[in-house]
Design a protein. Structure first.
Length: 508
């Protein structure tokens, strides 16, 4: 398996800077052990004008099969002979992608202490891979790479046998990519798309592959026209993983195209058009009484949540759909909350949350109190069991109604904390915002907004189904006609051993 990366330079920006970016010195030939063979890095040419780095991967196909690493879903063929007589050592596939991720890890993530400015800027690149299996042909190769900024995408078919042209072309192409891109972007494209073109992986695809895909696809996959095909093939056509990845990619796409933050999608504050309070996405500020300063509704909501958790005697708390970590940050201020876990579907939001609460600056004792986890609330998660309380603050209205029972089961049926707090907009209060058009929800991603009666009916059914009692608390000014802007339900577990009947399980 062979890959070359070439660039050109000037005396001011020599091409040999490629060695700094790849963290591999041009004067050395280096070898690296991988789980499936040996990777060699060498430089056929290295001058200020032009530099080429080559990655040569030696794979032992027999050892690969015998170790079981060639038997992943979508990997080695079932035929016994094909396990030993195959293209694994020669054609670029997931084996080469894994080698890229291992040998060029720092470059893949855009890290370079010696030349940070070079790592952050596009540079002229030419990438060549002599043999790439392409299930879909040269046209698919162009559809995958052309939208990513490559000015030249060549996929020349390799004939089955040059001596017998009548046999036609094989499923392999010689790939050449040229363009001005950041090296990290180019490597991430290869990392994802090489196994996609092969439509196979040499290892079993598990749930953590979704995270790998989203990290490598950040900045380009959410808007790629072949997103669905890429996601499905990369995840070995495992439907449940593909669905999870597509949902998360859609959240990122919405955040980017709407020019809103991920927190607005995953755990939005109640937002209304209000020119007086800061523009289209400003938080509503309840009117102050007398000389009192107006209180942001989001801040009032966090205060109500903290008060309810304190009253419940909760020490270990889950913030489900934590967004950018505003509530997590608030809870960490109170030593009564001994453990705070933020959970969100968006890795981008969790990154912002970590920065907001300053995890990297915390002392060991404080850092031990907080954990940030990536996860979807539509699925049960054993990591969420055993906590005193869980908070769903401005989350349920972002879930499609047919999928809401899955979230309910994951939280109330599987995790089963002693206390669950749920806040959601009160649609009746919307009439008090003159700048919010009639019939319009407060946020573009809201799937629904409930009246007080609708919310109480839903909450009562959830409590009865899962062995909880429920009380309701107004958040914000409680208007005598339309109620508060935010409604909060406080669920308390009364039957820890509540077992669902078959009918209840089916309903969940």
């Amino acid at each position: 398996m062979f890959l070359t990366i070439s660039t050109t330079g000037t005396p001011e920006r020599p091409a040999t800077d490629l060695g700094f970016l790849l963290h591999k010195h041009p004067d050395n030939v280096q070898a690296f052990s991988t789980s499936h063979g040996t990777a060699h890095v060498l430089y056929p040419e290295a001058s200020a004008e032009r530099c080429t780095a080559a990655l040569l991967l030696e794979v032992d196909p027999v050892a690969l099969v015998r170790s079981g690493k060639g038997k992943g879903r979508g990997g080695a063929p079932d035929a016994a002979l094909a396990q030993y007589v195959n293209d694994r050592p020669y054609a670029a596939s997931s084996l080469l992608a894994v080698a890229i991720g291992s040998v060029f890890s720092s470059a893949l993530h855009g890290k370079c202490k010696a030349r940070p400015e070079r790592a952050a800027r596009p540079m002229p690149l030419r990438i060549e891979v002599p043999a790439v299996p392409a299930r879909g042909g040269a046209e698919l190769v162009r559809r995958l790479f052309a939208p990513l900024g490559w000015t030249t995408v060549k996929a020349d078919p390799v004939p089955l046998d040059e001596q017998f042209p009548e046999w036609g072309d094989s499923r392999y192409v010689r790939l050449v990519l040229e363009g001005e891109l950041r090296l990290s972007d180019a490597l991430r494209h290869l990392y994802v798309l090489l196994p996609v073109l092969d439509d196979a992986k040499h290892y079993w695809v598990s749930a953590d592959e979704v995270d790998k895909l989203l990290r490598a696809g950040e900045g380009w996959l959410p808007t790629h026209p072949e997103q669905k095909l890429i996601t499905s093939r990369y995840l070995a056509r495992r439907w449940s993983l593909t669905r999870s990845a597509m949902e998360r990619l859609e959240l990122v796409r919405l955040a980017d195209t709407d020019d809103t933050d991920v927190a607005d999608i995953d755990n939005a504050v109640e937002e209304v058009p209000d020119e007086a309070s800061g523009g289209e996405h400003a938080e509503e500020k309840p009117e102050a009484k007398g000389d009192e300063k107006p209180v942001l509704l989001a801040a009032a909501r966090r205060a109500a949540i903290v008060a309810a958790l304190t009253a419940a005697g909760a020490g270990r708390v889950l913030d489900l759909g934590c967004g950018q970590g505003q509530l997590v940050q608030e809870l960490l201020k109170d030593p009564r909350f001994t453990e705070v876990v933020g959970v969100d579907v968006s890795m981008r939001a969790l990154t912002v949350a970590a920065r907001r609460i300053g995890i990297d600056r915390m002392g060991e004792r404080q850092a031990s109190r907080v954990t940030l986890l990536q996860g979807s609330l539509a699925y049960t998660d054993k990591r969420l069991k055993g906590y005193d309380a869980a908070v769903l603050s401005e989350v349920i209205e972002h879930v499609d109604l047919p999928r809401l029972p899955a979230l309910v089961h994951a939280v109330f049926g599987a995790a089963r904390p002693r206390t669950v707090l749920v806040t959601t907009p009160n649609v009746e209060y919307n009439v008090r915002w003159e700048t919010l058009p009639a019939g319009q929800v407060r946020h573009g991603d809201h799937r629904f907004e409930w009246t007080r009666t609708e919310f109480r009916k839903w909450a009562g059914e959830v409590a009865e189904l899962h062995g909880y009692t429920v009380e309701f608390v107004p958040v914000g000014p409680d208007d005598p006609e339309v109620g508060p802007p935010t409604q909060m339900a406080v669920f308390t577990l009364t039957d820890p051993h509540h077992a669902q009947s078959p009918k209840e399980a089916k309903a969940a």
